[in-house]
Design a protein around this ligand. Structure first.
Ligand code: UDP
Length: 256
């Protein structure tokens, strides 16, 4: 990994998030492809930040990432609450679409790793239909289990992707990338959560108006009520923890 260079960022509970919009994120990834070396992009949401509080290895992986895009309205609000700035949300699924457009334009090779069997292939078919000329180097569900790593590495060595999209959920996907990317030498790898489920149509995204109002989490709660604990973490525990830390920092005169 090459380390980060963006000066504009927010720091929430010790996790750095870059203040980039979608165009800037794509431009940064294009520059990574030109620069050579390996680069890890993380799509941070409030749950990532909360997991990082009790998982030091994950926290380290997030802090070492070359680009951390804000994938969650809660991050934008928390930044504002603490006198920082994150301008726009960069949803992982939309970043996947933009990278497919980049691939169609430049010939960069995409590999879709993760999700349930058949879902990555269906997501790739959607991308091929919407972005004619996109180069799909391969698709494979696999799993984040260590015993599957050898098989996945062999497939990736053969496919030689430029951009690896990993959909194993958090924190597994970014831990997987941190363990495997350096040896594989893949130029850009990013964890994309449930993006393949959305692209394939297996899971519908919230209506545009709800997304615009920052209510995607509420739509998910209605559609997938069993996720309530994760949503509670993102919507209640995360802002409270941010506020608590901010008040403590103010008391000690070290506001970020
Ligand atoms: N997933 C997987 N293997 C696992 C765990 C998760 O392939 O062992 C996939 C899952 O099928 C889904 C994605 O990881 O496509 C993560 O989905 P989730 O909705 O949890 O991600 P989020 O966007 O909320 O981080």
């Amino acid at each position: 990994m090459s380390g980060r260079s963006s000066p504009a960022h927010a720091r929430l509970l010790g996790v750095r998030i870059d203040d980039v919009d979608m165009d800037e994120a794509v431009a940064r990834i294009e520059a990574m492809l030109r620069a050579g070396g390996t680069h890890h992009v993380v799509t941070v949401n409030p749950e990532f930040v909360m997991t990082a509080q009790r998982h030091p290895i994950f926290r380290e992986v997030l802090c070492r990432a070359d680009l951390a895009v804000p994938d969650g309205t809660g991050l934008l609000l928390a930044a504002r609450l603490t006198g920082q700035r994150l301008r726009r949300r960069v949803p992982g699924v939309e970043l996947c679409e933009r990278l497919a457009a980049l691939s169609a334009r430049t010939g960069a090779r995409l590999f879709l790793l993760g999700a349930a069997p058949g879902i990555a292939e269906a997501a790739a078919a959607t991308l091929q239909q919407r972005f004619p000329g996109v180069v799909i180097a391969g698709c494979y569900a696999g799993s984040p289990r260590p015993e599957d790593e050898a098989t996945i590495r062999a497939r990736l060595r053969q496919a030689r992707p430029d951009i690896l999209l990993v959909a194993y959920g958090s924190p597994a996907q970014d831990l997987w990338i941190a363990r495997n990317q350096p040896e594989l030498g893949i130029p850009v790898a990013l964890g994309v959560g449930g993006s393949f489920d959305y692209l394939s149509g297996a899971v519908p995204r919230a209506p545009r108006l709800m997304r615009r109002l920052g209510l995607e989490w509420f739509y998910r709660l209605l559609r997938q009520p069993w996720r309530w604990q994760r949503i509670w973490t993102a919507v209640v525990r995360f802002p409270l923890a941010v506020l608590r830390e901010h008040c403590r920092a103010r008391r000690h005169g070290s506001v970020q």
